[in-house]
Design a protein around this ligand. Structure first.
Ligand code: AMP
Ligand code: MG
Length: 393
């Protein structure tokens, strides 16, 4: 059986270079930048006042200063500051020639309509130098960046109004199982509602890939085969949930093979998520996720999410965080590496959620993170440091 890390590496190795497109800034949230963005101007583009006050010469601060101009932000000064002169200036205004500092309104006393004097003991220069934040030609955003609001601001400030980004992957989602009904239907005896279908749609949306949900297939070869063919026609990746275990009606691997997929792994030494299956064909990828909702959720987080991001040009690396446990935690078996859901307390400790196993869908509702427990480790003591994987970063 391969390890979770080997499964991850196997999937990542299969990724081909994604296609590119150009989009507007207002469509760019969470898209992955495909080409570096360079500064087209110095920032600030001129020596800028950082305060409301008076631009003057530091050498004149002991003398009354005669006011010769008022400089608003967005207006170029026309006067040059000479000995014992100043210009009233607003924050963001262009510092006039001759001035080497701005004294603030709070540091000044107005003597009459056109003169002021400095009344503080000392002052900073209160100016932002031309190009101190960045210079023309500097790389301000690198390819591979997931464009968050702050990156969009950066692109806007250098005029990069149509960034080149990677195209979004299209992801088909299929749930398998004779026992499943759609959530709007009240299950009869022996049925359950599909939760994975809609969880997977939401998880795919969270990566900014484009999900299409195809519905529930019955546990028959014909039903599975026709839905998989439909999904293959329109998607880069197909996610199936259920039907990958050892049961008599777990038909997914066989149907993958019959449709030209090459199965690269079908078992991971992990809990939950052991039967997770990954297959490739010339035109698409297929991931068979276990039916149990916590296993599906966990393996999406650990494997599918970074895989989808990589397909869209981004190296998704959640922060490596270690925190102390707030209480003891034990598990019944420790043959495999394991993950359990937990909350992060206000005190910054990790508190395990009530967790009955991989079918326990509500165990995740209060969870902020998944906590890993290596094979061979059956219990964690309060106070010991654990690695956590944030689930909603
Ligand atoms: P399977 O992997 O098909 O053997 O399913 C394992 C368990 O997960 C069974 O108890 C299924 O009823 C349950 N299950 C399978 N698919 C789903 C789904 N889409 N939503 C919620 N539970 C599911
Ligand atoms: Mg099933």
């Amino acid at each position: 059986m391969i390890t979770q890390q080997e499964a991850y590496d196997t999937m990542m190795k299969q990724v081909c270079q994604p296609a590119l497109e150009s989009i507007s800034l207002d469509q760019a949230l969470d898209r992955i930048l495909a080409k570096d963005i360079h500064a087209d101007i110095d920032m600030p583009p001129f020596i800028k006042s950082a305060m409301d006050g008076y631009a003057c010469r530091r050498a004149d601060l002991d003398n009354p200063l005669q006011m010769i101009e008022t400089i608003k932000a967005g207006q170029a000064p026309v006067q040059t500051i000479g000995k014992n002169q100043c210009s009233k200036i607003m924050t963001g205004g262009m510092v006039p020639e001759g001035a080497d500092c701005v004294i603030t309104v709070e540091e000044t006393e107005v003597l009459d309509t056109d003169s002021v004097c400095f009344i503080a003991d000392s002052t900073r220069n209160n100016v932002c130098l031309k190009g101190e934040d960045m210079r023309v030609g500097d790389v301000v955003l690198t390819a591979g960046t997931r464009l968050r609001p702050q990156h969009i601001a950066m692109a806007a400030s250098v005029g990069a109004v149509a960034p080149t980004v990677y195209c979004c992957s299209r992801v088909g989602i299929i749930s398998t199982g004779d026992e499943l009904v759609e959530p709007e239907i009240k299950p009869t005896l022996s049925q359950i509602r599909t939760s994975n279908s809609h969880q997977l749609v939401a998880q795919v949306l969270s990566t900014h890939a484009i999900p299409t949900y195809y519905g529930i297939t019955r546990d028959t070869e014909t039903s599975l085969d026709s839905m998989l063919k439909k999904a293959m026609a329109d998607n880069d990746v197909i996610l199936l949930s259920g039907g990958v275990s050892m049961g008599e009606f777990d038909l997914v691997p066989g149907i993958m093979k019959a449709n030209g997929f090459d199965i690269l792994f079908d078992e991971i030494a992990i809990q939950p998520g052991k039967p997770t299956t990954f297959a490739v064909s010339p035109n698409s990828y297929c991931v068979g996720l276990p039916g149990n909702p916590v296993a599906t959720f966990t393996q999406f987080e650990l494997l599918v999410k970074p895989f989808l991001y990589r397909l869209m040009g981004h190296d998704y690396e959640p922060p490596n965080i270690r925190l102390p446990m707030d209480s003891n935690h034990t598990r019944a078996r420790a043959r495999r590496d394991g993950w359990f859901p937990a909350t992060i307390t206000r005190e910054g400790t990790v508190s395990p959620c009530e967790f009955h196993g991989s079918a326990h869908v509500d165990s995740l509702c209060e969870a902020d993170c998944l906590v890993t427990m290596p094979a061979g480790v059956k219990s964690l003591d309060a106070g010991c440091m654990v690695s956590i994987h944030l689930i909603n970063p």
